[in-house]
Design a protein around this ligand. Structure first.
Ligand code: TXA
Ligand code: MG
Length: 333
């Protein structure tokens, strides 16, 4: 059974090959030691996550980060100096001894030094980096409270450390750092492309940020992700509720049962709809996004809808818009 534990119990559980719900400033992770293959395999099993979707490895120091990768370009040096510990994952060429299961056979590894003091303390006490995807069932809404992790893995032997609500609320920005300063943003997050470009320019690094079209570069970035238990529909700011319901009926009926290994929710009737409301200020919206999505899905409603406004196309909103687009079943304009 999943249960809440202290830091020392979590460390012991990890050392004996167990899985731990780890609080971080972005979302809770489901952690295992990188050197225990059976525990890593259990992460994929517990989440029902396909093995083609690689895990991020969490460290508590620069020195530990460098034990995982075979190259440390100057762009990595600068980005880690400015943004670590924090919500940034660097994708770098991996060391050969790191398990292929963690990286899904890719030649690279995603590395992050989280800001959460509890996460840092657990990694420090274990003494080995921890692989940790977000602690949710594959394709579903990410957890930002310890309680979310307990309910995602209620029947399983997952120990959870309660670190309170996650401050950032959406997952880290993922940047691949290639040779000659060629970078790619694989997943947007609180640290925007603009901020990344700004610090690299400031430190006089030669760099180029490529547009991400190549799916193979970001294997976990499928069309549907973060999905709540009720269908979420993105709509025009001024659409009336009866209009939303009529149009959602037609579009949701046409959905396949699943897409890219993610099951889609298709209710038998669509008669009621509840609005998902978020603050306009992006950092506040990110902080409450996943928990509102979860709470509102549990209400008596057939669907949820979110009104798209001009403010949502700002650069600050890009991380949340990425999640909203993937969490939504359909969009109606
Ligand atoms: O904020 C976060 O990043 C959270 C917390 C727990 O640290 N973790 C997280 O992990 O969001 P997850 O597994 O939900 O998303 C990780 C994604 C994968 O789906 C994949 O797209 C990308 O990271 N990734 C990991 N390693 C990669 C690699 N070597 N190359 C490309 N993408 C990689
Ligand atoms: Mg995830």
């Amino acid at each position: 059974m999943a249960k809440l534990v202290s830091v020392s119990e979590a460390v012991e559980h990890l050392n004996s090959g167990g899985l731990v719900g780890l609080p971080t400033e972005t979302v809770y992770g489901l952690a295992a030691r990188v050197d225990q293959d059976s525990a890593i395999a259990n992460i994929f099993r517990a989440k029902q996550r396909p093995f083609f979707d690689p895990l991020i490895v969490h460290v508590h120091s620069l020195e530990q980060a460098k034990t995982l990768c075979s190259e440390w370009p100057s762009a990595a040096e600068v980005l880690s100096k400015y943004f670590w510990p924090g919500p940034l994952t660097l994708v770098l060429p991996k060391k050969r001894n790191l398990s292929e299961m963690i990286t899904s056979g890719l030649p690279t590894v995603g590395i992050r030094w989280p800001a959460s003091p509890i996460a840092q303390e657990i990694i420090r006490q274990v003494g080995v980096p921890l692989a940790a995807p977000s602690a949710n069932q594959f394709g579903k809404t990410s957890p930002t409270k310890a309680q979310h992790v307990l309910s995602e893995f209620s029947g399983q032997s997952v120990y959870v450390v309660d670190g309170g609500d996650c401050e950032v609320g959406i997952e880290s920005t993922i940047v691949s750092v290639g040779q000659d300063g060629v970078l790619q943003i694989l997943r947007p997050g609180q640290i925007s492309e603009d901020k990344i470009a700004q610090v690299l320019a400031q430190e006089e690094i030669n760099f180029r940020i490529l547009k991400t079209e190549n799916k193979l570069m970001a294997p976990g970035q499928m069309k549907h992700h973060y999905m709540p238990t009720k269908p979420l529909v993105l709509v025009d700011e001024f659409m009336s509720v009866p209009d939303i319901i009529e149009k959602a009926k037609v579009k949701i009926i046409d959905l396949p049962e699943q897409e890219e290994s993610v099951k889609l929710v298709r209710p038998s009737k669509i008669e009621t709809a509840i609005e998902l409301v978020l603050p306009d200020e992006a950092s506040l919206a990110a902080r409450c996004f996943y928990s509102r999505l979860r709470e509102q899905s549990e209400l008596q409603t057939d669907i949820l809808f979110f009104r798209l406004k001009a403010i949502h196309s700002s650069v600050e909103w890009s991380g949340i818009m990425d999640r909203l687009n993937k969490a939504s079943s359909v969009q109606i304009f």
